[in-house]
Design a binder for this molecule. Sequence first.
Ligand SMILES: Nc1ncnc2c1ncn2[C@@H]1O[C@H](COP(=O)(O)OP(=O)(O)OP(=O)(O)O)[C@@H](O)[C@H]1O
Ligand SMILES: [Mg+2]
Length: 554
Amino acid sequence: MNSGKLLSFNLLNIFAKNPNVPVTKDKGYKVPFDRNLVVIKLKEVGIVISTADGPTTSKFSFVVSNNSFKIPVRRNQFVTVTTEEGLAIALITNIRKTNRYFMHAESVKDFNQNGKIEDFIPIVDWEYVVADAKILGVLDGNTFDKLSYPPSPGAKVYLAKESLLKQFLGIDENGLYIGKLENHDVEVRLNLTRLLQKHFAILALSGSGKSYLASVLIEELLDRKKELGRVAVVVIDVHGEYVSFAEDKNYADKVEVIEGSEYRIGVSTLYANQIASFIPNISPAQRRDLARIIEELQRSEELYSLQDIIRRIQADTLISRSTKQALIGWLEDLKNTGIFSKVDYPALQKIIRPGRLVVLDLSNILSLKIKQIIVAHITEKLFFYRRNGLIPPYLEIIEEAHQFAPEKVREELAISKKNIETLAREGRKFHACLCVISQRPLHLSTTVLSQCNTHLILRITNPYDLDHIGRSSEAISRDDLESISTLKVGEVLVVGEAVNYPIFVKVRRRKTKQSRYADSLEATAARYEKVIYGDEVKREEQKSHSTYINNALR
Ligand SMILES: Nc1ncnc2c1ncn2[C@@H]1O[C@H](COP(=O)(O)OP(=O)(O)OP(=O)(O)O)[C@@H](O)[C@H]1O
Ligand SMILES: [Mg+2]
Protein backbone atom coordinates (compact mmCIF):
# COMPACT_ATOMS: atom_id res chain seq x y z
CA MET A 1 0.00 0.00 0.00
CA ASN A 2 1.52 3.37 -0.96
CA SER A 3 1.87 6.26 1.49
CA GLY A 4 -1.04 8.18 -0.07
CA LYS A 5 -3.40 5.30 0.67
CA LEU A 6 -2.03 4.88 4.17
CA LEU A 7 -2.62 8.55 4.78
CA SER A 8 -6.24 8.35 3.77
CA PHE A 9 -6.85 5.25 5.91
CA ASN A 10 -5.26 6.98 8.86
CA LEU A 11 -7.40 10.01 8.29
CA LEU A 12 -10.47 7.90 8.19
CA ASN A 13 -9.44 6.19 11.39
CA ILE A 14 -8.91 9.51 13.10
CA PHE A 15 -12.16 10.73 11.68
CA ALA A 16 -13.90 7.61 12.92
CA LYS A 17 -12.62 8.18 16.41
CA ASN A 18 -13.61 11.86 16.37
CA PRO A 19 -17.16 11.78 15.14
CA ASN A 20 -17.90 15.21 16.58
CA VAL A 21 -15.25 17.14 14.70
CA PRO A 22 -17.14 20.09 13.11
CA VAL A 23 -18.00 20.31 9.46
CA THR A 24 -16.24 23.12 7.65
CA LYS A 25 -17.80 25.35 5.03
CA ASP A 26 -16.54 23.26 2.12
CA LYS A 27 -18.32 20.17 3.43
CA GLY A 28 -15.20 18.54 4.75
CA TYR A 29 -14.24 17.28 8.16
CA LYS A 30 -11.42 18.96 10.05
CA VAL A 31 -9.40 16.27 11.72
CA PRO A 32 -6.07 16.41 13.57
CA PHE A 33 -3.29 14.75 11.61
CA ASP A 34 0.42 15.00 12.25
CA ARG A 35 -0.09 17.88 14.69
CA ASN A 36 -2.08 19.83 12.08
CA LEU A 37 -5.72 20.07 11.26
CA VAL A 38 -6.46 18.64 7.83
CA VAL A 39 -9.72 18.62 5.93
CA ILE A 40 -11.13 15.43 4.45
CA LYS A 41 -13.62 16.25 1.79
CA LEU A 42 -16.66 14.04 1.90
CA LYS A 43 -19.78 14.34 -0.17
CA GLU A 44 -22.70 14.72 2.19
CA VAL A 45 -25.83 13.04 0.87
CA GLY A 46 -28.29 13.14 3.74
CA ILE A 47 -29.33 12.98 7.39
CA VAL A 48 -30.42 9.88 9.32
CA ILE A 49 -34.08 9.98 10.30
CA SER A 50 -36.04 8.26 13.00
CA THR A 51 -38.56 5.78 11.55
CA ALA A 52 -40.90 3.20 13.07
CA ASP A 53 -38.23 0.50 12.78
CA GLY A 54 -34.96 2.35 12.75
CA PRO A 55 -32.19 3.25 12.93
CA THR A 56 -30.99 -0.15 14.16
CA THR A 57 -27.61 -1.88 14.06
CA SER A 58 -28.49 -3.34 10.66
CA LYS A 59 -30.30 -0.53 8.84
CA PHE A 60 -31.29 3.11 8.78
CA SER A 61 -33.13 5.54 6.57
CA PHE A 62 -32.00 9.02 5.65
CA VAL A 63 -33.51 12.06 4.03
CA VAL A 64 -31.51 12.84 0.94
CA SER A 65 -29.95 16.32 0.94
CA ASN A 66 -30.77 18.77 -1.80
CA ASN A 67 -27.29 19.21 -3.18
CA SER A 68 -26.30 20.46 -6.61
CA PHE A 69 -26.54 17.00 -8.18
CA LYS A 70 -29.64 16.14 -10.18
CA ILE A 71 -29.47 12.59 -8.81
CA PRO A 72 -27.78 12.92 -5.42
CA VAL A 73 -27.81 9.19 -4.54
CA ARG A 74 -28.48 5.95 -6.36
CA ARG A 75 -29.56 2.49 -5.37
CA ASN A 76 -26.59 0.18 -4.68
CA GLN A 77 -24.34 3.12 -3.73
CA PHE A 78 -22.15 2.78 -0.65
CA VAL A 79 -22.45 5.46 2.05
CA THR A 80 -20.89 6.08 5.45
CA VAL A 81 -22.26 7.37 8.72
CA THR A 82 -20.47 8.05 11.99
CA THR A 83 -21.50 6.08 15.05
CA GLU A 84 -20.23 5.78 18.61
CA GLU A 85 -18.22 2.76 17.41
CA GLY A 86 -16.65 4.57 14.48
CA LEU A 87 -17.33 4.96 10.79
CA ALA A 88 -20.04 2.59 9.55
CA ILE A 89 -20.36 1.61 5.91
CA ALA A 90 -23.79 0.96 4.43
CA LEU A 91 -25.41 0.15 1.09
CA ILE A 92 -28.41 2.03 -0.28
CA THR A 93 -31.04 -0.63 -0.87
CA ASN A 94 -34.03 1.50 -1.76
CA ILE A 95 -34.95 5.09 -2.54
CA ARG A 96 -38.43 6.57 -2.46
CA LYS A 97 -39.86 10.00 -3.13
CA THR A 98 -42.69 11.54 -1.23
CA ASN A 99 -44.72 14.75 -1.44
CA ARG A 100 -47.49 15.52 1.04
CA TYR A 101 -49.43 17.55 -1.54
CA PHE A 102 -49.99 14.42 -3.62
CA MET A 103 -51.15 12.38 -0.62
CA HIS A 104 -54.61 13.94 -0.75
CA ALA A 105 -56.96 13.02 -3.53
CA GLU A 106 -58.82 16.39 -3.38
CA SER A 107 -55.68 18.43 -3.80
CA VAL A 108 -54.47 16.24 -6.67
CA LYS A 109 -57.87 16.78 -8.30
CA ASP A 110 -57.39 20.54 -7.90
CA PHE A 111 -53.92 20.28 -9.34
CA ASN A 112 -55.38 19.17 -12.62
CA GLN A 113 -58.33 21.53 -12.61
CA ASN A 114 -56.83 24.84 -11.57
CA GLY A 115 -54.03 24.95 -14.11
CA LYS A 116 -50.75 26.32 -12.75
CA ILE A 117 -51.26 25.66 -9.06
CA GLU A 118 -47.47 25.50 -8.54
CA ASP A 119 -47.43 29.28 -9.06
CA PHE A 120 -49.03 29.90 -5.67
CA ILE A 121 -48.26 26.66 -3.72
CA PRO A 122 -44.58 25.54 -3.57
CA ILE A 123 -45.46 21.94 -4.41
CA VAL A 124 -42.00 21.10 -5.77
CA ASP A 125 -40.36 22.13 -2.49
CA TRP A 126 -42.55 19.69 -0.62
CA GLU A 127 -41.02 16.75 -2.39
CA TYR A 128 -38.36 14.92 -0.46
CA VAL A 129 -36.43 11.73 -0.97
CA VAL A 130 -35.86 9.01 1.61
CA ALA A 131 -33.21 6.35 1.13
CA ASP A 132 -32.98 3.07 3.03
CA ALA A 133 -29.53 1.75 3.79
CA LYS A 134 -28.31 -1.63 4.98
CA ILE A 135 -25.38 -1.41 7.42
CA LEU A 136 -22.53 -3.68 6.32
CA GLY A 137 -19.88 -3.07 8.96
CA VAL A 138 -17.94 -0.58 11.01
CA LEU A 139 -14.31 0.33 10.45
CA ASP A 140 -12.16 -0.92 13.29
CA GLY A 141 -8.53 -0.13 12.59
CA ASN A 142 -7.85 -1.77 9.24
CA THR A 143 -10.67 -4.29 9.42
CA PHE A 144 -14.43 -4.18 9.55
CA ASP A 145 -16.56 -5.40 12.43
CA LYS A 146 -20.26 -5.86 12.89
CA LEU A 147 -21.97 -2.76 14.24
CA SER A 148 -23.37 -3.32 17.74
CA TYR A 149 -24.86 0.14 18.46
CA PRO A 150 -27.03 2.04 15.94
CA PRO A 151 -26.24 5.40 14.36
CA SER A 152 -28.18 8.35 15.77
CA PRO A 153 -31.05 10.12 14.04
CA GLY A 154 -29.61 13.40 12.82
CA ALA A 155 -26.22 11.87 11.94
CA LYS A 156 -24.87 12.98 8.58
CA VAL A 157 -24.58 10.47 5.76
CA TYR A 158 -21.73 10.70 3.22
CA LEU A 159 -20.85 8.92 0.00
CA ALA A 160 -18.21 6.30 0.78
CA LYS A 161 -14.68 7.34 -0.14
CA GLU A 162 -12.76 5.34 -2.74
CA SER A 163 -10.01 4.23 -0.35
CA LEU A 164 -12.52 3.00 2.21
CA LEU A 165 -14.51 1.13 -0.41
CA LYS A 166 -11.43 -0.60 -1.76
CA GLN A 167 -10.50 -1.71 1.72
CA PHE A 168 -14.02 -2.83 2.51
CA LEU A 169 -14.51 -4.79 -0.72
CA GLY A 170 -11.04 -6.37 -0.69
CA ILE A 171 -9.91 -4.74 -3.93
CA ASP A 172 -6.27 -5.50 -4.68
CA GLU A 173 -4.14 -2.79 -6.36
CA ASN A 174 -2.24 -5.58 -8.14
CA GLY A 175 -5.35 -7.55 -9.03
CA LEU A 176 -7.11 -8.15 -12.35
CA TYR A 177 -8.89 -4.99 -13.51
CA ILE A 178 -12.34 -5.96 -14.76
CA GLY A 179 -14.14 -2.59 -14.74
CA LYS A 180 -15.63 0.14 -12.58
CA LEU A 181 -17.82 -0.37 -9.53
CA GLU A 182 -21.43 0.52 -10.32
CA ASN A 183 -22.26 4.12 -9.24
CA HIS A 184 -18.73 4.80 -7.96
CA ASP A 185 -15.54 5.89 -9.63
CA VAL A 186 -13.67 2.89 -8.25
CA GLU A 187 -11.62 0.45 -10.33
CA VAL A 188 -12.45 -3.12 -9.42
CA ARG A 189 -9.28 -5.19 -9.33
CA LEU A 190 -9.77 -8.78 -8.23
CA ASN A 191 -7.03 -10.52 -6.29
CA LEU A 192 -5.54 -13.33 -8.38
CA THR A 193 -5.47 -15.97 -5.65
CA ARG A 194 -8.94 -15.18 -4.39
CA LEU A 195 -10.47 -15.34 -7.86
CA LEU A 196 -8.60 -18.26 -9.38
CA GLN A 197 -7.55 -20.62 -6.64
CA LYS A 198 -11.01 -21.74 -5.65
CA HIS A 199 -12.29 -21.61 -9.25
CA PHE A 200 -14.93 -19.34 -10.73
CA ALA A 201 -17.93 -19.43 -13.02
CA ILE A 202 -19.12 -16.88 -15.58
CA LEU A 203 -22.86 -17.31 -16.00
CA ALA A 204 -25.37 -15.43 -18.15
CA LEU A 205 -27.84 -15.53 -20.96
CA SER A 206 -26.51 -15.86 -24.48
CA GLY A 207 -25.18 -12.51 -25.74
CA SER A 208 -24.83 -10.90 -22.29
CA GLY A 209 -21.05 -10.59 -22.40
CA LYS A 210 -19.60 -13.83 -20.93
CA SER A 211 -16.92 -14.33 -23.57
CA TYR A 212 -16.23 -10.59 -23.56
CA LEU A 213 -15.60 -10.67 -19.81
CA ALA A 214 -13.47 -13.81 -20.15
CA SER A 215 -11.40 -11.98 -22.81
CA VAL A 216 -10.94 -9.01 -20.45
CA LEU A 217 -9.68 -11.41 -17.77
CA ILE A 218 -7.34 -13.11 -20.25
CA GLU A 219 -5.91 -9.70 -21.25
CA GLU A 220 -5.25 -8.96 -17.59
CA LEU A 221 -3.54 -12.33 -17.10
CA LEU A 222 -1.37 -11.91 -20.20
CA ASP A 223 -0.46 -8.29 -19.34
CA ARG A 224 0.48 -9.17 -15.78
CA LYS A 225 4.01 -8.39 -14.66
CA LYS A 226 6.32 -11.31 -14.00
CA GLU A 227 7.16 -10.09 -10.47
CA LEU A 228 3.49 -10.28 -9.48
CA GLY A 229 3.24 -13.97 -10.36
CA ARG A 230 1.73 -15.11 -13.62
CA VAL A 231 -0.29 -18.18 -14.52
CA ALA A 232 -0.62 -19.97 -17.86
CA VAL A 233 -4.04 -19.79 -19.50
CA VAL A 234 -5.72 -22.49 -21.59
CA VAL A 235 -9.09 -21.80 -23.14
CA ILE A 236 -11.40 -24.46 -24.55
CA ASP A 237 -12.80 -22.39 -27.39
CA VAL A 238 -15.94 -24.01 -28.76
CA HIS A 239 -16.75 -21.26 -31.30
CA GLY A 240 -13.26 -20.10 -32.27
CA GLU A 241 -13.83 -16.72 -30.57
CA TYR A 242 -10.49 -16.47 -28.80
CA VAL A 243 -8.40 -17.05 -31.92
CA SER A 244 -8.53 -13.25 -32.34
CA PHE A 245 -5.91 -13.00 -29.56
CA ALA A 246 -3.41 -14.53 -31.99
CA GLU A 247 -4.38 -11.91 -34.60
CA ASP A 248 -3.75 -8.96 -32.27
CA LYS A 249 -0.25 -7.52 -32.67
CA ASN A 250 0.03 -6.79 -28.93
CA TYR A 251 -0.76 -10.34 -27.89
CA ALA A 252 0.14 -12.56 -30.87
CA ASP A 253 3.55 -13.54 -29.49
CA LYS A 254 1.98 -14.76 -26.25
CA VAL A 255 -0.60 -16.96 -27.92
CA GLU A 256 -0.60 -20.49 -29.29
CA VAL A 257 -3.63 -21.74 -31.19
CA ILE A 258 -4.24 -25.49 -31.39
CA GLU A 259 -6.63 -26.46 -34.17
CA GLY A 260 -9.02 -29.04 -32.71
CA SER A 261 -8.71 -31.17 -35.87
CA GLU A 262 -4.94 -31.36 -35.33
CA TYR A 263 -5.13 -32.34 -31.66
CA ARG A 264 -3.93 -35.92 -31.14
CA ILE A 265 -4.17 -38.21 -28.15
CA GLY A 266 -1.10 -40.38 -27.80
CA VAL A 267 -2.36 -43.92 -27.20
CA SER A 268 1.06 -45.06 -25.90
CA THR A 269 0.78 -42.53 -23.05
CA LEU A 270 -2.63 -43.75 -21.84
CA TYR A 271 -3.34 -46.25 -19.09
CA ALA A 272 -5.97 -48.90 -19.77
CA ASN A 273 -8.47 -47.16 -17.53
CA GLN A 274 -7.97 -43.92 -19.45
CA ILE A 275 -8.78 -45.67 -22.73
CA ALA A 276 -11.68 -47.40 -20.99
CA SER A 277 -13.03 -44.02 -19.89
CA PHE A 278 -13.66 -43.25 -23.56
CA ILE A 279 -15.75 -46.47 -23.75
CA PRO A 280 -18.57 -45.81 -21.26
CA ASN A 281 -20.31 -49.20 -21.64
CA ILE A 282 -17.28 -51.40 -21.04
CA SER A 283 -17.81 -54.18 -18.46
CA PRO A 284 -15.30 -54.94 -15.65
CA ALA A 285 -14.27 -58.23 -17.35
CA GLN A 286 -13.72 -56.50 -20.70
CA ARG A 287 -11.74 -53.76 -18.91
CA ARG A 288 -9.47 -56.43 -17.37
CA ASP A 289 -8.74 -57.99 -20.76
CA LEU A 290 -8.00 -54.60 -22.28
CA ALA A 291 -5.70 -53.75 -19.35
CA ARG A 292 -3.69 -56.98 -19.84
CA ILE A 293 -3.20 -56.30 -23.55
CA ILE A 294 -2.07 -52.73 -22.85
CA GLU A 295 0.35 -53.87 -20.16
CA GLU A 296 1.90 -56.28 -22.66
CA LEU A 297 2.26 -53.49 -25.21
CA GLN A 298 3.78 -51.18 -22.61
CA ARG A 299 6.35 -53.84 -21.70
CA SER A 300 7.48 -53.96 -25.32
CA GLU A 301 8.65 -50.33 -24.81
CA GLU A 302 7.64 -49.34 -28.31
CA LEU A 303 5.14 -46.72 -29.23
CA TYR A 304 1.80 -48.16 -30.32
CA SER A 305 -1.47 -47.03 -31.85
CA LEU A 306 -5.09 -48.12 -31.46
CA GLN A 307 -4.54 -50.31 -34.53
CA ASP A 308 -1.72 -52.09 -32.67
CA ILE A 309 -4.05 -52.75 -29.72
CA ILE A 310 -6.73 -54.08 -32.07
CA ARG A 311 -4.20 -56.40 -33.76
CA ARG A 312 -3.03 -57.76 -30.42
CA ILE A 313 -6.59 -58.41 -29.25
CA GLN A 314 -7.32 -60.25 -32.49
CA ALA A 315 -4.27 -62.47 -32.01
CA ASP A 316 -4.85 -63.10 -28.32
CA THR A 317 -5.94 -66.60 -27.37
CA LEU A 318 -7.27 -65.93 -23.86
CA ILE A 319 -9.97 -63.38 -24.61
CA SER A 320 -13.45 -64.77 -25.33
CA ARG A 321 -14.92 -64.27 -28.79
CA SER A 322 -17.70 -61.97 -27.59
CA THR A 323 -15.30 -59.74 -25.61
CA LYS A 324 -12.98 -59.57 -28.60
CA GLN A 325 -15.84 -58.50 -30.83
CA ALA A 326 -17.05 -55.84 -28.40
CA LEU A 327 -13.56 -54.43 -27.67
CA ILE A 328 -12.55 -54.34 -31.32
CA GLY A 329 -15.84 -52.63 -32.24
CA TRP A 330 -15.33 -49.89 -29.67
CA LEU A 331 -11.65 -49.42 -30.47
CA GLU A 332 -12.48 -49.19 -34.21
CA ASP A 333 -15.02 -46.48 -33.35
CA LEU A 334 -12.38 -44.58 -31.38
CA LYS A 335 -9.87 -45.01 -34.21
CA ASN A 336 -12.39 -43.61 -36.70
CA THR A 337 -12.62 -40.36 -34.74
CA GLY A 338 -9.18 -39.64 -36.18
CA ILE A 339 -7.90 -38.03 -32.98
CA PHE A 340 -5.75 -40.90 -31.71
CA SER A 341 -2.14 -41.48 -32.69
CA LYS A 342 0.95 -42.99 -31.10
CA VAL A 343 2.04 -39.78 -29.30
CA ASP A 344 0.32 -36.59 -28.09
CA TYR A 345 0.13 -33.52 -30.28
CA PRO A 346 0.93 -30.83 -29.31
CA ALA A 347 3.36 -31.47 -26.46
CA LEU A 348 1.47 -29.50 -23.79
CA GLN A 349 4.46 -29.43 -21.45
CA LYS A 350 6.29 -27.26 -23.97
CA ILE A 351 3.57 -24.74 -24.71
CA ILE A 352 2.01 -24.15 -21.27
CA ARG A 353 4.01 -21.17 -20.02
CA PRO A 354 3.40 -18.43 -17.41
CA GLY A 355 1.76 -15.34 -18.89
CA ARG A 356 0.88 -17.14 -22.13
CA LEU A 357 -2.37 -18.29 -23.67
CA VAL A 358 -3.16 -21.58 -25.40
CA VAL A 359 -6.40 -21.55 -27.40
CA LEU A 360 -7.83 -24.97 -28.19
CA ASP A 361 -10.06 -24.10 -31.14
CA LEU A 362 -12.80 -26.72 -31.37
CA SER A 363 -14.93 -24.73 -33.81
CA ASN A 364 -14.25 -27.04 -36.73
CA ILE A 365 -15.24 -30.22 -34.87
CA LEU A 366 -18.93 -31.00 -35.13
CA SER A 367 -19.16 -34.20 -33.07
CA LEU A 368 -19.87 -33.50 -29.39
CA LYS A 369 -18.38 -36.90 -28.50
CA ILE A 370 -15.05 -36.01 -30.13
CA LYS A 371 -15.04 -32.60 -28.44
CA GLN A 372 -15.70 -34.27 -25.09
CA ILE A 373 -12.89 -36.81 -25.61
CA ILE A 374 -10.45 -33.99 -26.39
CA VAL A 375 -11.59 -31.92 -23.39
CA ALA A 376 -11.43 -34.97 -21.10
CA HIS A 377 -7.90 -35.65 -22.28
CA ILE A 378 -6.50 -32.11 -22.08
CA THR A 379 -8.14 -31.50 -18.67
CA GLU A 380 -6.67 -34.68 -17.19
CA LYS A 381 -3.28 -34.18 -18.85
CA LEU A 382 -2.87 -30.60 -17.63
CA PHE A 383 -3.82 -31.56 -14.09
CA PHE A 384 -1.43 -34.53 -14.18
CA TYR A 385 1.45 -32.32 -15.40
CA ARG A 386 0.67 -29.71 -12.77
CA ARG A 387 0.51 -32.25 -9.94
CA ASN A 388 3.96 -33.38 -10.96
CA GLY A 389 5.31 -29.84 -11.23
CA LEU A 390 5.88 -30.14 -14.97
CA ILE A 391 3.86 -27.06 -15.90
CA PRO A 392 3.29 -23.76 -14.04
CA PRO A 393 0.08 -22.90 -12.16
CA TYR A 394 -2.60 -22.54 -14.82
CA LEU A 395 -6.18 -21.51 -15.47
CA GLU A 396 -8.33 -23.70 -17.70
CA ILE A 397 -11.30 -21.77 -19.10
CA ILE A 398 -14.09 -23.96 -20.46
CA GLU A 399 -16.63 -22.25 -22.74
CA GLU A 400 -20.08 -23.86 -23.01
CA ALA A 401 -19.17 -25.83 -19.88
CA HIS A 402 -22.66 -27.43 -19.70
CA GLN A 403 -21.71 -29.38 -22.84
CA PHE A 404 -18.64 -30.85 -21.16
CA ALA A 405 -19.79 -31.27 -17.57
CA PRO A 406 -23.55 -31.69 -17.91
CA GLU A 407 -25.85 -32.43 -15.01
CA LYS A 408 -28.20 -35.42 -15.19
CA VAL A 409 -26.90 -36.82 -18.47
CA ARG A 410 -26.05 -40.47 -19.21
CA GLU A 411 -22.37 -41.28 -18.70
CA GLU A 412 -21.70 -42.07 -22.37
CA LEU A 413 -22.84 -38.54 -23.25
CA ALA A 414 -20.65 -36.94 -20.60
CA ILE A 415 -17.16 -38.33 -21.25
CA SER A 416 -15.35 -35.22 -19.99
CA LYS A 417 -17.51 -34.65 -16.89
CA LYS A 418 -15.49 -36.80 -14.48
CA ASN A 419 -12.18 -35.12 -15.27
CA ILE A 420 -13.65 -31.61 -14.96
CA GLU A 421 -15.22 -32.54 -11.62
CA THR A 422 -11.89 -33.92 -10.39
CA LEU A 423 -10.14 -30.69 -11.36
CA ALA A 424 -12.90 -28.68 -9.62
CA ARG A 425 -12.60 -30.76 -6.45
CA GLU A 426 -8.84 -31.21 -6.21
CA GLY A 427 -7.25 -28.50 -8.36
CA ARG A 428 -6.99 -25.91 -5.60
CA LYS A 429 -4.18 -27.65 -3.70
CA PHE A 430 -2.05 -27.73 -6.84
CA HIS A 431 -2.90 -24.28 -8.20
CA ALA A 432 -4.72 -25.85 -11.11
CA CYS A 433 -7.60 -23.42 -11.60
CA LEU A 434 -10.85 -23.74 -13.45
CA CYS A 435 -13.22 -21.20 -14.99
CA VAL A 436 -16.51 -22.51 -16.37
CA ILE A 437 -18.62 -20.40 -18.69
CA SER A 438 -22.24 -21.28 -19.31
CA GLN A 439 -25.56 -19.87 -20.42
CA ARG A 440 -27.44 -22.78 -18.84
CA PRO A 441 -26.26 -23.07 -15.22
CA LEU A 442 -29.18 -25.40 -14.57
CA HIS A 443 -27.64 -27.94 -16.93
CA LEU A 444 -24.14 -27.61 -15.50
CA SER A 445 -22.80 -30.20 -13.06
CA THR A 446 -23.72 -29.15 -9.53
CA THR A 447 -20.41 -30.58 -8.30
CA VAL A 448 -18.54 -28.21 -10.61
CA LEU A 449 -20.78 -25.23 -9.90
CA SER A 450 -20.60 -25.65 -6.14
CA GLN A 451 -16.79 -25.83 -6.28
CA CYS A 452 -16.70 -22.45 -8.02
CA ASN A 453 -16.27 -20.09 -5.11
CA THR A 454 -16.65 -16.92 -7.14
CA HIS A 455 -19.55 -16.32 -9.50
CA LEU A 456 -19.44 -13.62 -12.15
CA ILE A 457 -23.06 -13.29 -13.18
CA LEU A 458 -24.26 -11.19 -16.07
CA ARG A 459 -27.86 -10.88 -17.23
CA ILE A 460 -30.03 -13.95 -16.60
CA THR A 461 -33.81 -13.95 -16.90
CA ASN A 462 -34.77 -17.63 -16.75
CA PRO A 463 -36.33 -18.13 -13.28
CA TYR A 464 -35.10 -21.75 -13.06
CA ASP A 465 -31.50 -20.69 -13.74
CA LEU A 466 -31.82 -17.84 -11.23
CA ASP A 467 -33.19 -20.19 -8.62
CA HIS A 468 -30.37 -22.68 -9.28
CA ILE A 469 -27.74 -19.93 -8.91
CA GLY A 470 -29.40 -18.67 -5.73
CA ARG A 471 -29.16 -22.14 -4.25
CA SER A 472 -25.56 -22.74 -5.37
CA SER A 473 -24.20 -19.52 -3.81
CA GLU A 474 -25.05 -18.51 -0.26
CA ALA A 475 -23.60 -15.03 -0.77
CA ILE A 476 -26.30 -13.98 -3.25
CA SER A 477 -29.23 -12.18 -1.67
CA ARG A 478 -32.79 -12.14 -2.98
CA ASP A 479 -32.32 -8.49 -4.00
CA ASP A 480 -29.20 -9.39 -5.99
CA LEU A 481 -31.07 -12.19 -7.76
CA GLU A 482 -33.79 -9.73 -8.75
CA SER A 483 -31.19 -7.28 -10.05
CA ILE A 484 -29.55 -9.95 -12.24
CA SER A 485 -32.56 -10.07 -14.55
CA THR A 486 -32.41 -6.30 -15.14
CA LEU A 487 -28.67 -6.06 -15.86
CA LYS A 488 -27.56 -4.56 -19.17
CA VAL A 489 -25.02 -6.20 -21.51
CA GLY A 490 -21.57 -5.94 -19.92
CA GLU A 491 -22.82 -5.43 -16.35
CA VAL A 492 -21.77 -8.14 -13.94
CA LEU A 493 -22.49 -9.15 -10.37
CA VAL A 494 -19.32 -10.37 -8.67
CA VAL A 495 -20.09 -12.54 -5.70
CA GLY A 496 -18.13 -15.00 -3.57
CA GLU A 497 -14.52 -15.53 -2.60
CA ALA A 498 -13.00 -12.78 -4.81
CA VAL A 499 -14.81 -9.92 -3.02
CA ASN A 500 -15.79 -9.28 0.59
CA TYR A 501 -19.25 -8.16 -0.45
CA PRO A 502 -21.26 -8.76 -3.68
CA ILE A 503 -20.78 -5.89 -6.11
CA PHE A 504 -22.08 -4.82 -9.48
CA VAL A 505 -19.40 -3.91 -11.99
CA LYS A 506 -19.51 -2.29 -15.44
CA VAL A 507 -17.05 -4.45 -17.37
CA ARG A 508 -14.27 -2.40 -18.98
CA ARG A 509 -13.71 -2.21 -22.74
CA ARG A 510 -11.46 -4.93 -24.03
CA LYS A 511 -8.11 -4.00 -25.54
CA THR A 512 -8.08 -6.76 -28.15
CA LYS A 513 -10.39 -6.72 -31.12
CA GLN A 514 -13.37 -9.03 -31.04
CA SER A 515 -13.59 -12.04 -33.30
CA ARG A 516 -15.49 -11.89 -36.56
CA TYR A 517 -18.08 -13.96 -34.74
CA ALA A 518 -19.17 -10.80 -32.90
CA ASP A 519 -20.00 -8.93 -36.14
CA SER A 520 -23.55 -7.78 -36.68
CA LEU A 521 -25.93 -9.69 -38.92
CA GLU A 522 -25.81 -6.80 -41.44
CA ALA A 523 -22.00 -6.82 -41.61
CA THR A 524 -21.85 -10.60 -41.99
CA ALA A 525 -24.57 -10.62 -44.65
CA ALA A 526 -22.90 -7.80 -46.60
CA ARG A 527 -19.52 -9.56 -46.48
CA TYR A 528 -21.08 -12.83 -47.61
CA GLU A 529 -22.67 -11.16 -50.60
CA LYS A 530 -19.43 -9.44 -51.51
CA VAL A 531 -17.47 -12.68 -51.35
CA ILE A 532 -19.98 -14.84 -53.18
CA TYR A 533 -21.39 -12.44 -55.78
CA GLY A 534 -19.25 -9.28 -55.70
CA ASP A 535 -16.91 -8.21 -58.54
CA GLU A 536 -14.34 -6.92 -56.07
CA VAL A 537 -13.51 -10.27 -54.56
CA LYS A 538 -10.06 -9.98 -53.10
CA ARG A 539 -7.54 -12.63 -53.89
CA GLU A 540 -6.98 -13.78 -50.32
CA GLU A 541 -10.69 -13.91 -49.71
CA GLN A 542 -11.02 -16.17 -52.72
CA LYS A 543 -8.25 -18.34 -51.39
CA SER A 544 -9.95 -18.83 -48.07
CA HIS A 545 -13.34 -19.08 -49.73
CA SER A 546 -14.33 -22.45 -48.31
CA THR A 547 -13.18 -21.61 -44.76
CA TYR A 548 -15.02 -18.35 -45.08
CA ILE A 549 -18.23 -20.00 -46.21
CA ASN A 550 -17.95 -22.37 -43.27
CA ASN A 551 -17.57 -19.39 -40.95
CA ALA A 552 -20.40 -17.52 -42.59
CA LEU A 553 -22.69 -20.51 -42.27
CA ARG A 554 -21.99 -20.99 -38.58
N1 LIG B 1 -18.41 -5.09 -21.45
C1 LIG B 1 -18.85 -4.89 -22.69
N2 LIG B 1 -18.66 -3.71 -23.29
C2 LIG B 1 -19.10 -3.51 -24.54
N3 LIG B 1 -19.74 -4.43 -25.30
C3 LIG B 1 -19.95 -5.63 -24.75
C4 LIG B 1 -19.53 -5.92 -23.42
N4 LIG B 1 -19.88 -7.17 -23.15
C5 LIG B 1 -20.49 -7.65 -24.25
N5 LIG B 1 -20.55 -6.73 -25.20
C6 LIG B 1 -21.18 -6.87 -26.53
O1 LIG B 1 -22.13 -7.92 -26.49
C7 LIG B 1 -21.83 -8.90 -27.47
C8 LIG B 1 -22.10 -10.28 -26.90
O2 LIG B 1 -21.12 -10.56 -25.93
P1 LIG B 1 -20.51 -12.01 -25.76
O3 LIG B 1 -20.18 -12.63 -27.07
O4 LIG B 1 -19.42 -11.92 -24.78
O5 LIG B 1 -21.78 -12.76 -25.13
P2 LIG B 1 -21.86 -14.22 -24.55
O6 LIG B 1 -22.54 -14.10 -23.24
O7 LIG B 1 -20.53 -14.87 -24.56
O8 LIG B 1 -22.83 -14.94 -25.57
P3 LIG B 1 -22.91 -16.49 -26.00
O9 LIG B 1 -23.61 -17.21 -24.89
O10 LIG B 1 -23.74 -16.47 -27.23
O11 LIG B 1 -21.54 -16.99 -26.22
C9 LIG B 1 -20.38 -8.69 -27.84
O12 LIG B 1 -20.13 -9.01 -29.17
C10 LIG B 1 -20.16 -7.23 -27.58
O13 LIG B 1 -20.43 -6.51 -28.74
MG1 LIG C 1 -19.77 -16.52 -25.58
